[in-house]
Design a protein around this ligand. Structure first.
Ligand code: FAD
Ligand code: NAD
Length: 489
């Protein structure tokens, strides 16, 4: 066995399969105050998808575009920029630096500094507390944590897989910007990738999304704002559209981020034929469960235990709860602390806001989509709240009225919405769309998670002139709605 461990060692307290944000957090929290030891198993880069192939490179590629876009909309700066473009090589160099040139030495060092061992290889659960790696069996005295992440889904249209299209790893590792690109999907990866590839010089981008809007699981105005902005930048956004079949004569795979062959001819379901230099498939992801020995379908409980097995945990993307780094880390913290408590004979805490229960399932997931404009979501959308049976009241406001936005851009555009539970008068969710709303999202996450009553929010005043002032606009609009309703009835 290669890695950091004595090759003859075959037993640890905790065995973690996969070293992404979820797995490494579970290993840290299981061991840090408990005296337990742990090993993590990883066949690729220690650190997982997020720092090398997903969140970090994608945000590194987007940051220059965000700055340029804001500068172009700011008198006094606009004149400096004129029709200047990004320095593509400079942007890629900065991305390469942020992904440590695809070298995981730092992550391995961090694991070792926690006292957590690393084995390089593929792990697979083969029995109770038993894992096979590199043809050997290792045992966990207390727990096995599966944290193997997710893999991209490829629709089964004839010729699509055979054309060796790009997936998320290629687009975040981009070295050769395709001139003509088809993007299959209109979700998070598609919208963020279209934003940076257009800024890096892709001449013709066609995006096909099978549903009737981009970002279909978000509030409808979010997808509309992102589609408007992509279209204004020259991206051809096609809704209710999909691929029928693909043919590509010359297929090569020169490596991640390089164009995978000659031109591809794509027939769309609507009947149109396109010729493109590359296809990016961004049609969703699936938990990487079966290769790690988990069933294809399984459930995790509020302690992240798989199908009621108290020794087996699934955290992060593989749990199927969400595909987000911060949620994976949160689950890793919960599972790690549960493992430590159980192994040391401590009772699990059942008090409100305890650290042994995954509360995210109650609906407080937050996420930011780093498009231009950004989309920040905390908790439930209106549709998700209704689907869970809540009696909801909603309110929206136009962010372009808020001075915190107007001082940032000459034409600030944005919108915000609150979803309120009528029964408890607390917030179920909030969505913000606009430039620089990313950090604003956390204020709503706190309110949703803590169940802050709307009447208490009334006294939480955002500073002037910041975007946080939008809270007062929303609450005033809610008041007006309620007064109108009262005077009608
Ligand atoms: C392009 C893109 C951009 C994204 N941007 C964001 C963002 O801005 N913010 C955000 O919150 N989320 C973002 N995400 C999602 C985020 O990357 C994932 O949610 C996160 O990486 C999941 O962490 P994880 O630990 O569950 O799995 P991963 O990070 O996928 O790590 C799993 C690890 O397990 C390893 N593994 C797999 N099988 C085995 C096996 N059999 N044995 C041992 N190891 C195995 C893999 O090699 C991998 O290293 C993005 C995703 C993509 C694709
Ligand atoms: N900023 C962030 O937090 C961030 C950024 C990127 C990715 N992610 C995570 O990664 C996950 C995966 O992203 P994703 O964009 O691949 O998935 P997604 O689920 O966000 O979007 C997939 C889209 O593809 C569409 N689609 C599916 N099959 C199709 C087909 N055959 N033809 C046309 N459209 C089709 C779906 O309707 C959907 O809109 C996300 O769910 C998200 O959690 C997060």
């Amino acid at each position: 066995m290669t890695g950091t461990v004595n090759p003859d060692r075959a037993e640890w307290d905790v065995v973690v399969i996969g070293t992404g944000p979820a797995g490494e957090t579970a290993a840290l929290y299981a061991t840090r105050f408990s005296g337990l030891d742990a090993v993590m198993i990883e066949p690729e880069l220690v650190g997982g998808e997020c720092p090398f192939w997903a969140c970090v490179p994608s945000k590194a590629l987007l940051a220059p575009e965000h700055l340029l876009s804001a500068g172009r909309d700011l008198g006094g700066v606009r004149e400096l920029l004129a029709d200047r473009h990004l320095d593509v090589e400079g942007v890629l160099r900065r991305r390469d630096a942020l992904v440590d040139h695809y070298d995981d030495t730092g992550f391995v060092g961090t694991a070792l500094s926690w006292g957590v061992d690393v084995i390089r290889g593929k792990g697979r659960v083969t029995g109770e507390k038993t894992v096979e790696v590199n043809g050997r069996t290792i045992r966990a005295r207390h727990a096995v944590v599966v944290a193997t992440g997710s893999v991209p889904y490829c629709p089964d249209n004839p010729g699509l897989a055979e054309a060796r299209p790009w997936f998320s790893r290629d687009v975040t590792a981009v070295r050769e910007v395709p001139r003509r690109l088809l993007i299959v999907g209109g979700g998070l990866v598609a919208c963020e990738s279209a934003t940076w590839l257009r800024a890096l010089g892709a001449v013709q981008i066609t995006m096909v999304e099978r549903s009737d809007r981009l970002l279909p699981s978000q509030e409808p105005f979010a997808g509309v704002a992102v589609a408007d902005s992509l279209r204004a930048s020259g991206v051809d956004v096609r809704l209710r559209e999909s691929v029928e079949r693909v043919s590509r004569e010359i297929v090569t795979d020169a490596g991640a981020g390089l164009v995978h062959g000659g031109p591809a001819v794509v027939l769309l379901a609507g009947g149109e034929e396109l010729v493109v230099d590359e296809i990016l498939v961004a049609a969703g992801r699936r938990p990487a469960s079966t290769a790690a020995g988990l069933p294809e379908r399984f459930t995790v409980d509020e302690h992240l235990n798989v199908d009621g097995h108290p020794w087996l945990y699934a955290v992060g993307d593989v749990s199927g709860e969400s595909y987000l780094t911060h949620i994976g880390k949160y689950q890793g913290r919960v599972a790690g602390e549960v493992i430590a408590a159980r192994a040391t004979g401590a009772a699990l805490d059942e008090t409100p806001f305890n650290r042994h229960t995954d509360r995210i399932r109650a609906g407080s997931v937050a996420q930011v989509i780093f498009t231009d404009p950004e989309v920040g979501v905390a908790g439930l959308t209106e549709a998700a709240a209704l689907a869970r049976g809540h009696d909801v009241e909603t309110v929206e406001t136009d962010l372009s009225q808020v001075y915190g936005g107007r001082v940032q851009r000459d034409h600030y555009r944005g919108r915000a919405k609150l979803v309120v539970d009528r029964r408890t008068d607390t917030l179920l969710g909030a969505t913000f769309v606009g430039t620089n709303i990313a950090e604003l999202t956390h204020s709503a996450t706190v309110a949703v998670t803590a169940g802050v009553p709307v009447r208490a929010l009334w006294h939480a005043i955002g500073s002037f002139p910041t975007l946080s002032e939008v809270w007062s606009y929303l609450l005033e609009a809610l008041d007006t709605q309620r007064m109108a309703w009262t005077s009608r009835s």
